[in-house]
Write a protein that binds this ligand. Structure first.
Ligand code: IVH
Length: 723
């Protein structure tokens, strides 16, 4: 049988790299049909026919073929549907020549020192010219491209400098990166440079992501800045996603390069340009410090108009023979340095301080500012963190603005440094209006009027209104439908807000009554709302039904109890096994002196703060009622007890203490549980066995006093292995 006529099933076994073009076309068609059917089964028939892992494997194969044969990408490609989180890591690449970083200077004095140290090192006389290139320092991520026989064979990220990640397939999708070099290029060369995203592309990408989020997508997210967007786009396991993200590349250096096309940095960059690379057009050759500084200031002035982020200039000794003589310190070259731009600052007026109430009731002050441009971005809001920050005190309790609190009407200094969101860093006391009064932080919640209290040792003040506070209720609902909790596809933050505002969903249970109240045959219908239609309403009802039967861990996490994250929720679910068991134990644990509370505290990993938060949540009558209505809508699935191997410790209570040398705590705990033992965090009369690692202290002492059996880590390993 010829290659091209292999049947579909045979093709499935052919590695992507081995596919001919005809085979690739046939394989893309086969994958498109399989993925479309799987999507249909999953989203519409509500009956997935393949596992998530199998689905992801198909999608990845599809993307890999598309990356090899971009022209064959189908109009109905599954890659255009936003994929799941990456499944597996990238391959590793050991750099032939390490990818180092640069030393920094911040001013003319630093530059004088830099040049003087080079002259000293080379014993280069004062009178003799020393030429540099000055290149903008692109704020992206560095990439090393290896060409063998003039073909791109490997692209690797910097990683830790010695070892990076193999992103070859993704680099092939970047238009600025040639797949092949012209004939005059050498047989082997590694070109290095920076991958970045332009401001315009970044804004368009985030607008697209926002659109997906508004449609209820759980996987789409906004990027904080162009560099993160570039990194996130390059480090995609699905190269079809990278292909859709407009990335650019500036070449500025090289790694392994036995045969360079020039004797100076400048000439090599010109040669790179001749081979089809982009070289930054604002690169200049400068003969002395004055010329370097003049160029630096010019670029600093033009910075906001460049259309991409730069964070300084890089000066490099131009002659390559001198670069070679100068060589490297441990992590930075002697022949190059980064001259960083100062953080961008601007003066503006603090017009008001608003208080935002978060899901957990935290009151966060937000500065409303007279809009001002800082580094090309208009800033009109900035977080003020908490009440201490307004008073001029930092997170560690130390003064950050000694005697300079922030008052409404003050002229303040706003700063943007790199990727950091704008900060109000200081106040200009000379411009303080006479009428400005110290800001009094509210003691009640601006949303519901409940008391707002600040616990001892905490910087944050919190509303005590719980589920009656509208800010918390809507935020709690958003948390409830989020990933890791009920994860209801099609019900994102925006939908929750709109449905909450109209009173259609006021508490979690309402979500599960949505169809009966606003479904087919009702007066008011979800499908008639703005932004909804018949299909999307049906899909949402189906997604909700899909979550009626749900694991105990997701229910516990979804409640949004303070300090209870996903892993804590899983731990509690594993311990209590069923909703009935959990609810009963929480009711009984209201008595802090009683056994149930002691048992809760006894769970390995549960501390007092967490235990009290969980118990307090269930003590609140509002919460009991709301949770009761929710549970009535659900079938909460018990957490299956782990597979137990009968052993000498089955049914016994084991405590681990001290430093374990060979096992991690989590590993030791999992071993014990797999052997049917209960792992406790504290020693009591009920403890059967103490495993004492190095430097064991009070628990060992107590166990000895109580006459409890004590064994070493080594003995435990033998015991667990025998189980
Ligand atoms: S040269 C051995 N040139 O800045 C020196 N780096 O802080 C290698 N960067 O890791 C770097 N623009 O990611 C060089 N024109 C430029 C650059 C540049 C941006 C980045 C690069 C490097 C980092 C060092």
């Amino acid at each position: 049988m010829s290659d091209a006529s292999k049947s579909g099933d045979d093709l499935a076994a052919v590695a992507v790299a081995a596919l001919s073009e005809d085979q690739a076309r046939a394989e893309l068609a086969r994958l498109a049909a399989l993925l479309a059917q799987a999507d249909l089964d999953y989203h519409q028939a509500d009956a997935p026919t393949i596992s998530d892992a199998a689905y992801d494997a198909l999608k990845q194969r599809n993307a890999a073929i598309e990356a090899r044969f971009p022209a064959l990408k189908r109009a109905d490609s599954a890659s255009d549907r936003v994929g799941a989180a990456p499944l597996e890591a990238f391959g590793k690449v050991v750099h032939a020549v390490p990818m180092l970083s640069l030393g920094n200077i911040f001013d003319g004095e630093g530059l004088t020192d830099f040049i003087a140290s080079i002259r000293r090192y080379l014993t280069w006389p004062e009178g003799e010219a020393l030429v540099f290139t000055a290149e903008p320092k692109i704020d992206g991520l560095s990439l090393s491209l290896r060409y063998e026989d003039r073909k791109l064979v490997q692209a690797a990220t910097r990683g830790d400098g010695a070892e990076g990640e193999d992103v070859t397939q993704n680099a092939r999708t970047i238009a600025d990166i040639p797949n092949e070099l012209p004939k005059d290029a050498p047989d082997l060369i590694e070109i290095r440079g920076e991958v970045y995203m332009s401001h315009a592309d970044f804004a368009a990408l985030n607008a697209r992501q926002q659109g997906l989020i508004d449609k209820g997508s759980k996987s789409a997210k906004l990027f904080a800045n162009p560099r993160n967007a570039a990194a996130g786009s390059l480090r995609q396991l699905d190269s079809a996603i990278t292909a859709e993200r407009p990335l650019h590349f500036f070449a500025y250096g090289w790694g392994a390069a036995p045969d360079l096309p020039g004797q100076t940095q400048w000439d090599v960059l010109q040669a790179f340009r001749g081979w089809g690379f982009s070289v930054n057009p604002r690169t200049e050759r400068c003969a002395d410090a004055a010329a370097l500084l003049a160029h630096y200031h010019q670029i600093e002035e033009d910075r906001a108009q460049l259309g991409y982020d730069i964070d300084g200039m890089v000066y490099k000794v131009d002659r390559l023979d001198l670069q070679a003589r100068l060589g490297f310190r441990s992590r930075t070259p002697r022949w190059a340095v980064a001259h960083k731009f100062a953080a961008e600052k601007a003066y503006t007026v603090l017009e008001a301080i608003d208080i935002q109430v978060g899901r957990t009731g935290s009151l966060t002050p937000v500065a409303r500012l007279t809009p001002v441009t800082v580094g090309g971005v208009v800033v009109s809001n900035a977080t003020l963190h908490n009440e201490d920050y307004i008073r001029g005190i930092g997170g560690d309790g130390q003064p950050i603005r000694e005697g300079r609190d922030l008052r409404i009407g003050d002229t303040v200094i706003v700063q943007r440094a790199g990727d950091v969101i704008p900060q109000v860093v200081d106040v200009d006391l000379a411009r303080r209006p006479e009428t400005a009064q110290p800001y009094v932080f509210p003691q009640t919640c601006p949303q519901c009027g409940s008391h707002a209290v600040r616990e001892e040792g905490e910087a944050v003040r919190r509303c005590t209104g719980g589920l009656i506070c509208p800010a918390q209720a809507v935020e709690r609902l958003k948390h409830f439908v989020a990933r890791g909790a009920f994860d209801i596809e099609g019900l994102g933050a925006k939908q929750v807000e709109a449905l909450y505002a109209d009173g259609w969903i006021r508490e979690p249970a309402d979500i599960f009554r949505l169809k009966e109240r606003y479904g087919p045959g009702q007066m008011r219908k979800l499908e008639s709302r703005e932004g909804w239609g018949k299909k999307s309403a049906e899909n949402l009802f189906a997604a909700i039904e899909d979550r009626r039967a749900i694991g105990l861990d997701r229910v516990i996490f979804g409640l949004g109890i303070r300090h209870v994250g996903e892993s804590t929720a899983r731990m509690l679910a594993r311990h209590y096994g069923s909703w009935a068991g959990f609810a009963e134990a929480m009711a009984a644990a209201q008595d802090f002196e009683g056994e149930s509370f002691a048992a809760l505290l006894d769970i390995d990993g549960v501390g007092r703060v967490l235990a009290e938060a969980v118990v307090a949540f269930f003590a609140e009558p509002h919460n009991q009622e709301t949770v009761g209505r929710l549970i009535a809508q659900l079938t909460v699935q018990d957490v299956a007890a782990p597979q137990i191997t009968a052993s000498a410790v089955t049914g016994k209570t084991v405590v681990f203490t001290g430093k374990l040398e060979r096992l991690s705590r989590a590993e030791a705990k999992a071993q014990a549980e797999a052997l049917g033992a209960k792992v406790s965090g504290s020693v009591s009369a009920k403890t059967d066995l103490l495993v004492a690692g190095a430097d064991a202290g009070s628990k060992l002492k107590k166990a000895t006093e109580l006459g409890i059996e004590v064994i070493s880590e080594e003995e435990w390993i033998v015991l667990a292995g025998a189980g």
